[in-house]
Design a protein around this ligand. Structure first.
Ligand code: ADP
Ligand code: ZN
Length: 212
């Protein structure tokens, strides 16, 4: 049947490494819930919930939202779950330690991408407001006014995908999230994936890690 042996999955890596793209594809192929902390937060901001209102200023500056808010938001969604794909959580050592108290993890996929490529990709990233697809103007040869190739919807740029904010997010990743690479390597959960390759090849590498 070829089902994945590992179903409690964490995606780690800098912004723009392709975590969201890979997570969505895996979630639909494996039938696992995709929990994107960024998507959940953006939805909270959209409806201006108390959490959304508190999170918004951090997100617009490219800073991390305080651990306590994030931990509660995610823990309530994974407690007792058989499987999940965590995308964007944990992002600090404190979050990783809290996660250990809530669920055990089968594998951490470390999708690696260097700074220059992160900046090139994110400045060209657009999101479809209708179907949620993540598109890249540069790699897909789309111009600024293009509409979504899958559904014809409107493509828009995330507020935090502006050059200065992108650079800051990368620095925040290096300082606060990169320490999780050794955290999970020590626990023998880490699998390194080269995120610079085409999306299909990254997906194939991810599947190999999940089934071995
Ligand atoms: P990216 O991975 O492309 O930077 P995300 O969509 O995962 O973007 O997150 C966008 C923003 O949401 C982050 O810059 C941060 O402000 C906030 N955020 C998301 N996940 C977390 C988290 N686990 N801890 C703290 N803040 C988070
Ligand atoms: Zn679309």
């Amino acid at each position: 049947m070829g089902g994945a042996a590992k179903t409690r999955i964490v995606l780690l890596g800098p912004p723009g490494a392709g975590k969201g793209t890979q997570a969505k594809r895996l979630a639909s192929e494996l039938g696992l819930p995709h929990l994107s902390s960024g998507d959940i937060l953006r939805a909270e901001v959209g409806r201006q919930s108390p959490l959304g209102i508190r999170a918004q200023s951090y997100m617009d500056r490219g800073e991390l939202v305080p651990d306590a808010l994030i931990i509660e938001m995610i823990a309530s969604r994974i407690e007792g779950a058989e499987g999940f794909i965590l995308d964007g959580f944990p992002r600090t050592v404190a979050q990783a330690e809290a996660l250990e108290g809530v669920a055990s993890i089968d594998v951490v996929l470390n999708i690696m991408l260097e700074r220059g490529e992160v900046i090139r990709r994110l400045t060209a990233r657009r999101v479809c407001s209708d179907c949620g697809a993540i598109r890249n103007l540069a790699s897909e040869g789309l111009d600024e006014s293009a509409s979504c190739p899958s559904c014809g919807g409107t493509l828009s740029q995330r507020d935090d995908d502006r050059q200065e904010v992108i650079e800051h997010r990368f620095d925040v990743y290096t300082e606060q999230t990169a320490p999780l690479v050794s955290f999970y390597r020590e626990r023998r959960l880490l699998a390194d994936i080269d995120g610079s390759r085409p999306s299909d090849e990254v997906h194939a590498a991810v599947l190999r890690e999940l089934t071995q």
